[in-house]
Design a protein around this ligand. Structure first.
Ligand code: 13P
Ligand code: SF4
Length: 359
């Protein structure tokens, strides 16, 4: 692969240079599926053969091969959320996990370049924790309905209305919102974060259902906001009870972004990684993961004895990330995630308080 532009003036006036100017852009590789490429990628196909028909592998394999080569050439690391599609999750990701694990791992990576395969708030969190590193997201429009439900101005108005009440903000928010926050939380540590605060009343925003679920597990008074996850709000207790009626042995494992009535009929509730761990350790004969659909595919191969029932709710934002876009990210160093310096320090503090919280 040939460098058509070279990085210049490294370290000088860095903020004025784009990532493409700092690192250079690369020529698009040949994406022909050859016999040699088939051999080189055969071990990767083994990991996804249950989800990607053999006839489709020649389309995926050249991208996967090119991305893995480029990753090394660039010295980049790929962080992928549990909701990414199997070919990303199993074939190009270096680190996978839930929001908290990805935020923690983002503080430990040595690589100079982080490619975040997830939604924008996740990439922004990685950038906050790694201000000196280059963070790329393959599609900057990969948003989140929770993140879009609230602005920094909304949080300032809430603080005026409830003076002195600490603000716990879900990581599924923009840096602007995090900057107005005392401490962040994720679905895996929300109760611990709320309980770590001295106040009897806590603002837990913007996910109304997560806040309602937290309220059931703490003695504190929880105030919230009317944000919802567009994927999890669609699940209802009624539909889950129908699955149970059809097969009483089925275990229902739900994400806490679902309505409390959904959690009430579930056998377990936890973050995406909590749900995965539950399935891996408990090994239910049949399980329904009440969450984004790709996750079941990502763990199915590791638990062949578990039968997954999949009510297929996809997150359209997560699904914006594709192999061709990841390749473009690495070739052209796009889209670089930057955080306004006027808010970055305050937003970072809220995330760091969460990451450093002893549980
Ligand atoms: P987790 O932190 O549980 O991975 O959740 C992130 C998310 O966006 C769920 O919809
Ligand atoms: Fe946001 Fe819901 Fe998509 Fe998660 S699944 S990124 S909370 S819209």
């Amino acid at each position: 692969m040939q460098h058509v532009t070279q990085p210049g003036n490294a370290g000088k006036a860095l903020s004025l240079q784009t990532a493409a100017e700092r690192f250079g852009v690369l020529e698009r590789p040949d994406l022909t599926y050859t016999t040699a490429l088939a051999k080189e990628t055969a071990h990767l196909y083994e990991r996804v053969k249950d989800f990607i028909p053999a006839i489709e592998w020649p389309v995926f394999a050249p991208y996967i091969h090119a991305i893995n080569r480029l990753k090394k050439e660039r010295g980049a690391v790929i962080l992928a959320h549990n909701y990414q599609t199997p070919e990303i999750f199993h074939c190009v990701a270096d680190i996978t996990g839930d929001s908290l694990q990805l935020a923690r791992d983002a503080t430990r990576v040595d690589a100079e370049i982080i490619v975040q395969c997830g939604v924008h708030f996740m990439a922004e969190t990685s950038k906050l924790l790694n201000p000196q590193k280059t963070v790329l997201i393959p599609d900057g429009l990969a948003g989140c309905s929770l993140s879009e439900s609230i602005t920094g101005a909304d949080v300032r108005a809430l603080k005026e209305r409830y003076p002195g009440v600490p603000v716990v903000t879900y990581v599924n928010t923009s840096a602007d919102v995090k900057a107005e926050t005392d401490i962040c939380c994720t679905s895996s540590n929300a109760v611990a974060v709320v309980d770590s605060l001295e106040s009897d009343t806590v603002l837990c925003i913007p996910d109304e259902y997560l806040a309602m679920n937290v309220a059931k597990k703490t003695n504190k008074k929880i105030l919230t906001w009317k944000g919802h996850c567009e994927v999890h709000e669609r699940f209802t207790a009624e539909e889950l009870l129908e699955y149970k009626a059809a097969d009483p042995s089925i275990e229902i494992v739900a994400h806490p972004e679902c309505h409390p009535s959904v959690l009430a009929v579930s056998d377990y509730a936890g973050s995406t990684s909590g749900m995965i761990d539950y399935v891996k350790t408990k090994r239910p004969g049949r399980v329904l993961l009440v969450t984004e659909c790709s996750m079941a595919s990502n763990i199915q191969a590791e638990v062949p004895d578990v039968n997954f029932v999949k009510p297929c709710n996809l997150c359209p934002h997560m699904k914006r990330i594709t192999l061709p876009k990841i390749l473009d990210s690495l070739l052209f160093m796009t889209e670089e995630v930057l955080v306004d310096p006027a808010i970055a320090d305050r937003a970072r503090l809220a995330v760091e308080r969460m990451v450093n919280l002893k549980q």
